[in-house]
Design a protein around this ligand. Structure first.
Ligand code: BTN
Length: 187
């Protein structure tokens, strides 16, 4: 890869990190049963994976989480600081870091990014961006708040309809954007 390509990818990475930050301006919606809100910010994680692929998608999310860990109030509702990683949503945050690796790897191993296979790409994001993230989040939530694992998993069903809409939209948007801008999704 030339220096010019590296600069291009890092610029795109910074722009996607900025997008994740902007999506955090929308406050979370409390669900009541668990201390985990419905957020728009996870759509930014889907887009990071979809647009940038596993390497730069992970860098974009890591950059975002690093800024949160440093104390910047970038999570939905203006939260931040290292303590959030040990709070009730810590499992989701760690899973956000891993999601682009999973999504990017599955996209690379399948024809998901090619024309006509949008449904496969949607399925991959549902699996690795929703199911995986919600399961990891629920496991940590159960440990952190003394809930049973089954109660934590069941309560996560509240996120599924919204997450399905966000993930499907992210795939449709990413396919349009990738058609006109080379994001190096295979990286
Ligand atoms: C935070 O702001 O501390 C992280 C919030 C995590 C919310 C999770 S992400 C998956 C699921 N879908 C949502 O809309 N909310 C939860």
């Amino acid at each position: 890869m030339t220096n010019q390509q590296t600069v291009k990818h890092l610029t795109q990475t910074a722009m996607v990190t900025a997008l994740i930050i902007v999506l955090g301006f929308f406050p979370g919606i409390p669900v009541g049963i668990i201390p985990v809100p419905i957020v728009l910010q996870n759509m930014g994680i889907f887009l990071a994976a979809e647009l940038l692929g596993r390497k730069y998608g992970t860098i974009a999310v890591a950059l975002f989480l690093g800024l949160v860990a440093l104390g910047l109030p970038l999570l939905s509702g203006g939260r931040g600081g290292a303590a959030v990683f040990l709070g009730p949503t810590g499992g989701y945050l760690v899973a956000w870091l891993l999601a682009p690796i999973l999504i990017g790897t599955l996209m690379k191993l399948t024809p998901a990014t090619t024309s006509g296979y949008w449904w496969l790409e949607v399925g991959i994001v549902w699996l690795a961006g929703i199911a995986f993230v919600d399961i990891v989040g629920a496991v940590w939530l159960a440990i952190q708040s003394n809930m049973t694992l089954s109660a934590a998993l069941l309560s996560n069903l509240a996120f599924i309809p919204g997450d399905i809409i966000k993930a499907t939209l992210a795939v449709l948007i990413a396919r349009r954007v990738r058609a006109v801008i080379d994001f190096g999704v295979a990286a």
